[in-house]
Ligand binder design. Structure first.
Ligand SMILES: CC(C)(COP(=O)(O)OP(=O)(O)OC[C@H]1O[C@@H](n2cnc3c(N)ncnc32)[C@H](O)[C@@H]1OP(=O)(O)O)[C@@H](O)C(=O)NCCC(=O)NCCS
Length: 187
């Protein structure tokens, strides 16, 4: 167990009024493939388009391995009242010593604009600060990704600085912003 973070032994289920978050499983692969094949969504998230749904098994394996190595946690997002997941959200630990992680999220196009991304991110930030023990959450987002920026701003993330395109291999040559959410002070 890390001396810096309270990294869990199993992916915790996070319950909210609008959505709940649970461990990813093979049943999430078809919805993952549909989302990942959406060119606009993949472009906004900086992801490549998978060639087949079978690649979902390696996607799942990557997230399981990341969790096993205590370098990240990824959840399936399930709206209350639905059985199937509609997206995923995760934390990637970028500095264990400084207790910093990066947040990332994606929702299937049919469910955009219903508050699900915000609800999921609220659950994750609360868990990250109050249980996992993070001191800061960061997000890198394309400057033109207005929906993602709005979600971050609704959660209280502050725009920290520009990330000029040529330094961002993952996002291609486009300009990004770095957003930061520090742990809120105790009330
Ligand atoms: C980003 C994403 C997860 C947001 O999920 P969501 O469930 O639609 O988000 P919410 O409904 O909680 O909130 C979206 C907000 O963005 C706003 N928004 C959406 N499109 C917008 C646009 N083009 N311009 C300005 N605001 C926009 C919505 O109005 C809403 O704000 P409001 O509540 O003040 O009205 C989803 O759009 C997505 O999966 N996009 C593709 C992948 C991606 O970009 N991931 C993030 C990578 S950093």
């Amino acid at each position: 167990m890390s001396k810096f973070l309270n990294f869990p032994n199993a992916i915790p289920k996070l319950l909210g009024e609008v959505v709940y978050l649970r461990e990813l499983s093979e049943e999430d692969i078809p919805a993952w493939f549909e989302r990942a094949s959406d060119h606009e969504s993949a472009d906004l998230a900086g992801d490549s388009i998978p060639e087949s749904a079978e690649m979902g098994f390696s996607w799942l394996q990557r997230h399981r391995e990341q969790f096993r190595r205590q370098t990240g946690i990824r959840w399936a997002i399930v709206p209350q009242g639905l059985a199937a997941s509609v997206g995923t959200i995760g934390l990637t630990i970028t500095s264990t010593e400084e207790r910093i992680a990066e947040i990332g999220f994606v929702i299937g196009r049919a469910y955009w604009g219903k508050g699900l991304g915000t609800a999921a991110a609220q659950l994750v930030t609360h868990y990250a600060f109050h249980t996992l023990g993070l001191a800061e959450i960061q997000a890198e987002v394309l400057q033109r990704n207005l929906a993602s920026r709005r979600v971050l701003e609704k959660l209280g993330f502050q725009l920290e600085r520009d990330l000029p395109g040529d330094s961002q291999a993952e996002m291609g040559s486009e300009d990004c912003y770095l957003y930061v959410l520090p742990k809120p002070p105790p009330r």
